[in-house]
Design a protein around this ligand. Sequence first.
Ligand code: SF4
Ligand code: SF4
Length: 370
Amino acid sequence: MTGLENEIAAAARAQGFVLVGFTALRRLPREEFYSRWLADGRHGEMAYLARDPERRFDPRGLDARLRSVISLGFPYQAPAPSRVVDWRGEMRGRIASYALGEDYHDRVMALARSVAADLERLRPHALARLYVDTGPVFEREWAAEASLGWFGKNTNLLNRTHGSYFFLAEIFTDLELGGAPAPYGDFCGTCRRCIDLCPTGALEGGYVMESRRCISYLTIELRGAIAPELRPHLGNWIFGCDICQEVCPWNEEGRNQPSELEPYLPDLLMLDDEGFRARFRNSAIKRTKRRGLLRNVAVALGNTGNPDAVPVLAQALRREPEPLVRAHAAWALGRLGGDAAMRALRKASAIEADPAAAAEIAAALSLRSR
Ligand code: SF4
Ligand code: SF4
């Protein structure tokens, strides 16, 4: 590293970034891989990923003065492996660990801003443009180019010291930084734990993400109904999924399980608009909006197999204003079965006005009467 790069790295470490790398801007090399992934429709409804391909592959299109990018990695708390399988019967959902606490966009952006301010102190008038999941930038591609890690078979960027539990931030600048590219290497070896333990088969043979099957996509990005055949595989995940990271041997150190990541599902299903806003105002979870989160909560309650979930689902079927949530509550009641669930479904079928929710109620009733 040059003297300036060392000074920037020290400033970044002082802000808590554990990974720092520099890359001279060039056209990203995995264009063909990514174009094929898009052409295959594997991005599902995430249309924004297909926008602005030119600037994504070559950020000099954002601003012709840019010369290099500083890639930063900030660690976050990792979940405990013991929770991977042992959830049935409990009415607790699971939230991906990156969503714990204050929205990471705000937290990491504030820290990256401090690094950019130090950069401007070191080189007055230097241009600095920041991105934390906030623009048409392939963050992980740049981090890989900066040798912060390799793309694992779970498609995450993996670092041998820090695993994959870190957020990325980039500072694009007109300074000349970054020497010759130094590839990180692939340390997955013969391991295929992420592939074998993904509940939905979203990783297929590894290194490629079929988003349309991934729980993270289904619970966060997908706006409409979740395909019935995938719902049982969601288990109790209600916002994202950590499984392919939890099982990765490179993430074995320093885990614990903050209880906020396992919220009590009936409480969530009863949240009204105001309650949702109050609870998730500063959290990344607000991305799903209330209707998306409660849709996921209904599915998770159905997957618990716990008859104690019936009353709260029945109440949602009666009182919930969002048809999408009622529809998924109906599915969950059908999955749980039992007299009380069937009574709630029959009552609801007499009054349901929304065609999609009515179809879900009818499907749940016919499933149980077969
Ligand atoms: Fe599979 Fe979950 Fe990983 Fe998605 S996040 S690929 S569903 S293990
Ligand atoms: Fe690679 Fe194994 Fe980690 Fe998957 S679980 S990313 S195969 S090391």
